[in-house]
Design a protein around this ligand. Sequence first.
Ligand SMILES: NC(=O)c1ccc[n+]([C@@H]2O[C@H](COP(=O)([O-])OP(=O)(O)OC[C@H]3O[C@@H](n4cnc5c(N)ncnc54)[C@H](OP(=O)(O)O)[C@@H]3O)[C@@H](O)[C@H]2O)c1
Length: 150
Amino acid sequence: MPNEIILIAAVTVDGFIARHKKEKIQWSQDLFLFKRQTMGYPIIMGSNTHETLAMELKGRNMIVVHRDDDPKTILGRINKSRCFVIGGGRTNSRFSSFLTHLYITPHPLVFGKGVPLFASGTPELKLYFQKLVPVSLENGIYQFQYTVDP
Ligand SMILES: NC(=O)c1ccc[n+]([C@@H]2O[C@H](COP(=O)([O-])OP(=O)(O)OC[C@H]3O[C@@H](n4cnc5c(N)ncnc54)[C@H](OP(=O)(O)O)[C@@H]3O)[C@@H](O)[C@H]2O)c1
């Protein structure tokens, strides 16, 4: 199992990652950072997220998970020191107890409803702030990096 299991997501200020489960995300401004940070590492995603991708994400082993997959087994097969959980909300939830880090980029948007960062019923996580990475100074967008209290 990787030492670092990092959830990475773009969120609205009210905590949504998409307006609906089929949305192709076009509002996120941190794609360059997402690419830089995930390049060369396995990325885990749910089947809904996979269907929304416009293209395969090159240079990364894409692991698409389904409801019958066991998160611990999936992670146990990865022989890299780091991997990323890239969504969506259901998948973030299913992997939540294994996460070591969260990289979250709040965007200046409010959706009011949609797909939350974690599906409801996810157990609480306590986070420790680690680092702030600028995404767009002009628009006040930063990536917040946290570690998860083990
Ligand atoms: N803003 C961001 O950073 C970001 C990042 C990634 C994704 N997204 C957005 O997130 C949205 C998708 O999120 P999502 O939460 O709907 O999907 P998801 O996590 O991508 O995929 C759904 C997962 O839940 C499983 N599942 C479906 N129904 C279930 C059930 N009744 N019980 C247990 N498991 C079930 C699916 O398995 P099966 O395959 O077996 O159905 C699949 O593994 C898309 O709009 C995408 O664009 C946003």
